[in-house]
Design a protein around this ligand. Structure first.
Ligand code: FES
Length: 107
């Protein structure tokens, strides 16, 4: 399954990841900078914040309402309605070709 990460300066990196892994792992395993994932991918740190490309928003969807992710994402900087935590985006075949935009800095 392919995922393309677009960094804040416009650099695009397309990586491949196995089904069932997360978008955070796709970045991590391929040394894509910009996703820290300090908590190890358990939805507790918000440093894996990404913006889902508008064209993909329908398929990825927003964080589950009232879930851990929607609580936590408030702590990430510069969030918008396309914000998701990459560790909570599970890579499934329907998301092949997914485009994610990386925020400038993660804190
Ligand atoms: Fe910590 Fe996603 S890696 S919230």
């Amino acid at each position: 399954i392919k995922v393309t990460f677009v960094s804040a300066d416009g650099t695009r990196r397309t990586v491949e990841i196995d089904e069932g892994l997360s978008a955070r792992e796709a970045a991590l395993f391929n040394s894509v900078p910009g996703i820290d994932g300090d908590c190890g991918g358990v939805c507790a740190c918000a440093t894996c914040h990404v913006h889902v490309d508008l064209a993909w928003m329908d398929r990825v969807g927003p964080p589950e309402e009232g879930g851990m992710e929607s609580d936590l994402i408030q702590f990430a900087e510069g969030t918008t309605e396309t914000s998701r935590l990459a560790c909570q985006i599970s890579m499934v075949p329907e998301l092949d070709g997914l485009v994610l935009h990386l925020p400038e800095l993660q804190h």
